[in-house]
Design a protein around this ligand. Structure first.
Ligand SMILES: [Zn+2]
Length: 418
């Protein structure tokens, strides 16, 4: 474990302390943490790691040791430990086993409490580029990709701050970016496009601009695909619905908890409903879900009550999977117990999950649904209509993912509740 500060540190550092810091950071990147958080109070300093979106408690240091560690890390990250201000920012680069990681570091001072947060970026945090790489079922993906070959109107949606931008980026990333000329339109204040082979046009929300203010000039450049990160208002949608007739593919984003709700939310912007209903072709919605650790998962027969509760037809699901203690010969296990070595899976460090994927709803809008949308904006009623035409909602997709052993049914229920 090698720390590479932005500028060389001139002050000498205690070697034991330095070794402790190396261990903490090595543990964080080994666990594939996106965030390492130190919280120092009068009781001590708590270390937490955010792994695959979930916080886990780790070491606790006494107040003195904690303060020393925190100050030493601040020094390394070029955060002035003599200043007591509400917020300071720093950074740090790290090299571990030939991999490089960079950390954005934030120091926060509150009442009786200090935090040091490391946002870690490395190979394991690299975002996926297409929906199939982000976990969409390959068959569903192929169908959607073929659908997006022609001029169509596609809505990309997810709950805000829970995979919204990844879903949008991957939906845009799934059109043929190398043959088609793609323009992404987004707020200059929240520009987050990291998609290769697309051009980006921004509008300025602070001077009250919306996507529609740049759409006319973008359309004049004859793009094949117009992708608007956030529909924002009715005017934007009303402009965009005219575009498939100009031989253009439109992808637009709106925050929503599921695919059917996304349609209702677009209508709630007070768009020209008839035109939108006639034009919208498909909706994608997603949830981020943790994958079971492939090293330690085990199959089990789900209890009949659970199957019934989930509304799964009898005989459809033979087994679900769950995290389990690592398998080993009985004598090895006994030896470990005798030597007080914790029996946990080394691949996931006993968490049971390793890595994340996406859970998707892909709603193809057909004439039945169009008819229903003209009559009602009740999400439940519209969902029933869609399901009659073969639409698979989150729970059904989740059950399939759990039956394939990619995740656990508990994890499916956790993300759908949130
Ligand atoms: Zn494991």
């Amino acid at each position: 474990m090698q720390f590479i500060p932005v500028k060389p540190i001139t002050q000498p550092m205690d070697l034991d302390l330095y070794a402790q810091m190396q261990t903490l950071m090595a543990n964080a990147v080994t666990a594939r943490a996106e965030v390492m958080l130190f919280t120092l109070t009068g009781q001590g300093m708590r270390v937490q790691l955010q792994i695959d979106g979930v916080m886990h408690d780790r070491e606790v240091f006494d107040p003195n040791a904690g303060a020393m560690l925190m100050n030493a890390f601040k020094m390394l990250c070029w955060i002035d430990y003599t200043r007591r201000v509400p917020r300071q920012d720093g950074s740090l680069k790290v090299k571990f086993r030939a991999e490089k990681y960079s950390c954005e570091v934030i120091n926060q001072l509150g009442k009786g409490l200090e935090r040091l947060l490391f946002k870690i970026t490395g190979k394991y945090t690299a975002p996926p580029e297409r929906l199939d790489e982000a976990g969409m079922n390959p068959l569903v993906f192929t169908k959607l990709k073929e659908f997006m070959f022609d001029p169509v109107f596609v809505v990309s949606s997810a709950p805000p701050k829970a995979g919204y931008s990844t879903t949008f980026n991957c939906t845009v990333g799934s059109v043929d970016r190398f043959l088609k000329n793609v323009v992404v339109i987004e707020d200059a204040r929240a520009s987050e496009t990291e998609i290769a082979n697309v051009s980006v046009t921004t509008y300025d929300s602070e001077s009250k601009q919306t996507p529609v203010d740049v759409l006319t000039s973008v359309a004049r450049t004859y793009p094949d695909v117009i992708a608007v990160r956030d529909f924002t208002n009715a005017e934007t949608v009303d402009f965009l619905v005219t575009q498939p007739k100009q031989e253009r593919i439109v992808i637009g984003g709106i925050a929503a908890r599921d695919a059917v709700e996304a349609l209702v939310r677009v209508l709630a912007l007070k768009v020209d409903a008839d035109k939108f209903i006639a034009t919208v072709g498909a909706v994608v919605n997603s949830r981020i879900i943790r994958k079971l650790c492939s090293e330690c998962k085990e199959a089990y027969t789900p209890p009949p009550q659970l199957i019934q509760q989930l509304g799964i037809p009898r005989g459809r699901v033979a087994s679900f999977y769950r995290p389990a203690a690592p398998k080993m010969p009985a004598e090895v296990r006994q030896k470990m117990i005798d030597q007080q070595i914790p029996i946990i899976c080394t691949a996931c460090q006993g968490i049971g999950y390793r890595g994340r994927t996406g859970l998707y709803e892909v709603l193809m809008v057909d004439d039945q649904l169009r008819k229903a949308m003209k009559k009602t904006t009740k999400v439940d009623e519209l969902r029933k209509v869609a399901q009659k035409s073969g639409f698979r909602a989150f729970l059904e997709e989740g059950v399939m993912l759990a039956a394939r052993g990619i995740t656990s049914i508990q994890e499916v229920l956790r993300v759908l509740k949130g």
